[in-house]
Design a binder for this molecule. Structure first.
Ligand code: ADP
Ligand code: MG
Length: 247
């Protein structure tokens, strides 16, 4: 049923920065296993939406409900523990650790991360790490220092880290930032490769990437919901065109 399929509900959320509303009564819903793309001009509030879902900023009005539970007053760690993980816009891997150890840290959700260094990754975590490595095509790079990876590979490592956490809801804020067309296509493939095993909210402004994802698109503008539809529908929409041109 529609109720049991619902995993996330952002319901009339306002984020107020001393009078400036980065989100202004914004609402959206995600079903379990869905991939959704959020677009909108610079400053539309897309990253603030991620900040809100992960508990980094607090709504002055509205609610965020994850798996039937209000989460918008919980600390970020408690939200992460409930199964939401966010990839930041800028790459944030630990450069002197190996690719595998970066993933082992990510898989270690109880945060006793030092135990995963060098020795003794538990079998279930090792499986999650190997699976994540495989799905982003970095198996052959497992033992190199993460700092030596190319820019695109670092982005994929970060996406793999989000996957390795086992979180049900993945928030990917501009995963193709700084990538060329070939790397962008590879990123689309790996998100598509997740199938319906995760719920994924992707923020991006690269329309060729959005087209490759072929997922429903939510358009934001000035902290508000503007439109929702297929890529073709939002592309053909005059209101959407106007907010991009007007910027
Ligand atoms: P987007 O990711 O869509 O480009 P953001 O969510 O980063 O937009 O920002 C939305 C608006 O909120 C922007 O105008 C930005 O300047 C403003 N903003 C974001 N964070 C803060 C903050 N900590 N304090 C004040 N204004 C902020
Ligand atoms: Mg942003």
């Amino acid at each position: 049923s529609a109720i049991s399929d619902l995993i996330l509900s952002v319901d009339g959320v306002t984020i107020d920065y001393s009078g400036f509303k980065a989100l202004d009564g914004f609402s959206m819903r995600l079903n379990r296993g869905e991939t959704r793309v959020v677009i909108g001009p610079n400053g539309a509030g897309k990253s603030t939406l991620c900040d809100t879902i992960i508990g980094r900023v607090r709504p002055s009005t509205g609610r965020v409900i994850f798996k039937g539970e209000e989460i918008h007053r919980l600390p970020e760690q408690a939200i992460v523990a409930r199964g939401i993980c966010r990839k930041f816009q800028a790459p944030g891997v630990l450069p002197t650790l190996s690719v595998r150890d970066n993933l082992a840290l990510a898989a270690r959700r109880d945060r006793r991360w030092w135990k995963s260094l060098g020795t003794g990754i538990p079998a279930d975590e090792r499986a999650a790490v190997d699976e994540a490595l495989e799905s982003v095509g970095l198996t052959h790079r497992a033992t190199v220092e993460a700092g030596t990876l190319a820019h695109g590979e670092k982005q994929w490592l970060e996406i793999a880290m989000v996957m390795a956490t086992g979180a049900e809801l993945l928030l990917l804020d501009e995963p193709t930032a700084g990538m060329g067309p070939a790397e962008t296509s590879r990123t689309a493939e790996l998100i598509l490769g997740l199938g319906h095993s995760r719920t994924v909210l992707v923020i991006d402004h690269d329309m060729s990437f959005v087209e490759q994802l072929a997922a429903p698109v939510t358009v934001m503008h000035q902290g508000k919901f503007l439109k929702q539809g297929s890529v073709a529908e939002v592309r053909a929409d005059p209101e959407v065109a106007a907010v991009y041109l007007g910027h």
